[in-house]
Design a protein around this ligand. Structure first.
Ligand SMILES: NC(=O)c1ccc[n+]([C@@H]2O[C@H](COP(=O)([O-])OP(=O)(O)OC[C@H]3O[C@@H](n4cnc5c(N)ncnc54)[C@H](O)[C@@H]3O)[C@@H](O)[C@H]2O)c1
Length: 268
């Protein structure tokens, strides 16, 4: 049984209709959060997750909105404050990826990913922090970064740079906001079993194979969105009270390895 570490808290979760965002919303509801704002582009998935939240006894607020819209971000922060009395937790998790080599990437494609993943992280983080310091109670801001922000991967330099930017944003925000009792942290997942990965792997068959066996990860499998949600529950709760400015890497050991023997390579 899950403990109720977030009893009575309010949260706003971007990308809350799928993958990590959905799992986090459900975990927060299981941990007793009273009001959970779900912010996403996808109306059907939003309605489904809202029902899952309701079934667990929490009150969902849904925002069919784009994180690149300053007006929509502000409206969502204001709505959570108006409904719940304050905003306790922001999980800025929505992101997009793309595929283009460095030599072929267009400026438009660069800006598309940087705007959703990094610029929106700054803007929404600033709005949330201003709301949290307004009543002097502080709060908790969480970002989904990625191991792609900690090293190179081919074919999506904009994504990696956006996530590296989020990791630094977290460190700077944490220092600047520490006196106002706002803690700021991020989680860097390795490859996960979510719709985003399905899109990147290209087919249901490739996704099925990766779920069972993913040789780039020492644990040999994709991570689960629930395994990231569990970290957010810890970081958002008083268990994480002394933790700020950190990048918690959850990747089945991937970033710890310098060299992995491809299976069978050294077999007789
Ligand atoms: N899936 C992975 O392997 C993996 C690995 C490392 C990090 N991450 C990060 O985890 C986070 C969640 O990814 P996921 O795998 O759960 O993906 P997902 O595709 O399952 O969910 C992302 C959600 O974000 C929403 N979204 C996208 N653009 C938006 C916008 N402009 N405004 C509002 N909502 C928007 C989508 O509609 C979707 O519901 C992302 O930040 C991603 O970069 C994922």
């Amino acid at each position: 049984m899950t403990s109720k570490r977030l009893a009575g808290k309010s949260a706003l979760i971007t990308g809350g209709a799928s993958g990590v965002g959905r799992a986090t919303a459900i975990r927060f509801a299981d941990e007793g959060a009273a009001h959970i704002g779900l912010y996403d582009l996808n109306p059907e998935n939003l309605a489904n997750v809202a029902q899952e939240i309701r079934d667990r006894g929490s009150s969902p607020l849904t925002f069919q909105a784009d994180v690149t819209s300053r007006e929509q971000c502000q409206a969502a922060v204001d709505a959570v404050v108006a409904t719940a009395g304050r905003l306790d937790i922001l999980v800025a998790n929505a992101a997009v990826d793309g595929s283009a080599t460095f030599l072929e990437m267009t400026e438009d494609e660069w800006h598309r990913v940087i705007k959703v993943n990094l610029t929106s992280s700054f803007i929404l983080g600033q709005m949330a922090a201003r709301a949290m310091v307004a009543d002097d109670k502080g709060g908790c801001i969480l970002y989904t970064a990625s191991i792609s922000g900690m090293g190179a991967s081919e074919g999506d330099v904009h994504y990696g740079v956006s996530k590296a930017g989020v990791i630094n944003l977290v460190q700077t925000m944490a220092l600047e906001l520490v006196k106002q009792k706002v803690r700021v942290n991020c989680v860097s997942p390795g490859p996960l079993d979510t719709p985003l990965s399905r899109a990147l792997l290209g087919s249901d068959e490739a996704m099925e194979r990766a779920r069972e066996h993913f040789p780039l990860v020492p644990m040999g499998r994709l991570g689960l969105p629930e395994e990231i949600a569990a970290a957010y529950a810890y970081l958002a709760s008083s268990d994480g009270a002394f933790t700020t400015g950190q990048n918690l890497v959850i990747d089945g050991g991937m970033s710890a390895s310098v060299f992995l023997s491809p299976e069978g390579l050294f077999d007789e």
